[in-house]
Design a binder for this molecule. Structure first.
Ligand code: FAD
Length: 447
């Protein structure tokens, strides 16, 4: 069915034929009869930009590929299994996913194809670290099983963070972690100064499995860059005697604070101020449900609509440890451009993995939700891109909607290596996306 598709940021749109598939055989047929504009697998469309869109071509809906098999800690799931459902299933068995993003409304194949990181990257790495095999239909129509070390490891690692451009993943096998309860023990600490906050986060690297900070990017009544660090561990004993996945605790509703589509600097500032006051109270070892801790925004339906018709750009970059000053520079540049961020999240990254297009590298990652309508935003982001790239950093393809080909080439020095594997896995050029075309991912490395 011809459908207008957008990413979670709602700032990019294109029309494609969305084709649901019921089994692997139907995927193979689509690959063998692919039209000129190609085909692309799509999960829940939670990437923010144009990564899961393929204007003029076919977009495969994988929702029906939803089998789940659990054997000890080995979990095999169909590509379209939604993380929220998987977490419910795993928690019943005292298990949990090794890495989760800030929403549970994603598919497992989407997690692998973007190599998602969580609040525990400094300890546990990203999704690719935990996958033991994937089944994938490549561009020749062959269904192949790939593993990280033995069965075509180059093809495996090109498909982890491969943005759907090496094939359609049909199933994923990964190792789950054992957890003693469905709850977290959470400690929150407010810091009025960005440098103090970052120092505390460096120290937390050594102790806490999960750590993240919310940053005030407006500073209506306090310093820009004040923030709240939250560290957490899985709670040792079952709370309320159950392994069920509690729903996220009720939070202040964003639409109550910011009327639909009316996001002024003042209202974003008011939201940041409210968050500082409500969430910034120091707490030690407070018990929270897994849903409330990891996926608080899932409790607010369609919160991305508050940005109105223009939508939002999520800007996420990583810089190495020796360029930590870029975090403060970015906050200042965006404030000067009157581009306040609704939600600003700072995390530490540990070592990356072998995937050439994987985003994480050791250092700092900052993610900002920026209203897309601001006319000064494109120039400000272009300026910030240069600062990030000059510092040896890069931008996250799963969030991106504004970069150009040169920024990817500079940020991902192994792009040429990835292109060679991609060309081998997809010699006819079957797989395409809007992101692929915008960033010229298929062009030769020495263009
Ligand atoms: C509120 C929110 C919080 C987030 N927090 C984080 C976070 O903390 N860390 C993080 O890393 N990311 C985060 N993300 C981003 C999100 O986790 C990723 O974009 C993820 O890929 C989305 O999964 P999806 O199923 O919606 O994939 P989609 O957005 O539908 O697709 C993403 C990419 O995966 C490819 N893909 C999907 N299915 C397949 C398949 N079967 N075979 C091959 N390729 C496929 C698509 O072609 C596309 O390139 C967040 C997003 C939101 C909205």
């Amino acid at each position: 069915m011809r459908t207008s598709l957008t990413g979670w940021g709602r700032s990019t749109h294109s029309v494609a034929d969305v084709v649901p598939v019921n089994d692997t055989g139907e995927v193979v047929e689509l690959v063998q009869s692919a039209p000129e504009r190609g085909i692309l697998a799509r999960g829940m469309g939670r990437s923010y930009g144009d990564a899961a869109s393929n204007g003029g071509g076919i977009v495969i809906d994988t929702a029906a590929l939803n089998d789940v098999t659990v054997d000890g800690t080995t979990v095999r799931v169909g590509a379209g299994v939604v993380l929220a459902d998987l977490i419910d299933e795993l928690l019943r068995r005292g298990l949990f996913v090794p890495v989760t993003p800030g929403t549970s409304q994603v598919t497992v194949a989407g997690l692998v194809a973007t190599d998602v990181h969580g609040k525990n990257h400094h300890v546990d790495g990203s999704w690719g670290h935990h996958v033991t095999s994937i089944d994938i239909v490549d561009g020749t129509g062959a269904l192949r099983t790939l593993t990280p070390d033995d069965a075509d490891p180059d093809d495996f690692w090109a498909s982890v963070a491969g943005m759907g451009l090496t094939g359609v993943i049909t199933s994923v096998t990964f190792t789950a972690i054992e957890v003693p309860s469905a709850h977290m023990r959470v400690t929150t600490t407010p810091f009025r100064d960005l440098d103090d906050l970052m120092q505390a986060m460096r120290e937390a690297d050594r102790g806490a499995r999960y750590s993240v900070a919310w940053i005030d990017s407006v500073g209506l009544t306090g310093p820009l860059g004040r923030g709240i660090m939250s560290t957490a561990e899985h709670a040792a004993a079952p709370v309320h005697g159950a392994h069920a996945a509690p729903k996220p605790r009720a939070r202040p509703s964003i639409p109550d604070i910011v009327p639909s589509g009316v996001l002024s600097r003042l209202s974003v500032g008011a939201f940041n101020e409210m968050w500082w006051r409500v969430s910034g109270r120091p707490r030690t070892d407070a018990i929270e449900s897994i849903g409330s801790y990891f996926h608080p925004l899932d409790g607010v339906a369609d919160w991305n609509r508050i940005y109105g018709r223009a939508g939002m750009v999520q800007y996420q970059f990583v810089v190495p440890d020796d360029a930590s000053e870029v975090i403060g520079i970015a906050l200042n540049r965006l404030r000067d451009a009157h581009a306040p961020s609704f939600l600003t999240v700072l995390k530490r990254f540990g070592p990356g993995n072998r995937a050439p297009l994987s985003f994480p590298m050791p250092g700092w990652t900052l993610a900002l939700d920026l209203p897309a309508g601001n006319p000064r935003l494109p120039a400000t982001l272009a300026d910030l891109d240069s600062i990030v790239l000059d510092a040896g950093g890069r931008h996250y393809l799963a969030k991106d909607a504004h970069m150009d080909a040169d920024a990817v080439r500079r940020g991902y020095p192994r792009l040429g290596e990835w292109r060679m594997v991609r060309d081998r896995m997809d010699p006819r050029g079957v797989f395409h996306s809007d992101l692929d075309r915008r960033l010229a991912l298929r062009a030769p490395a020495d263009r």
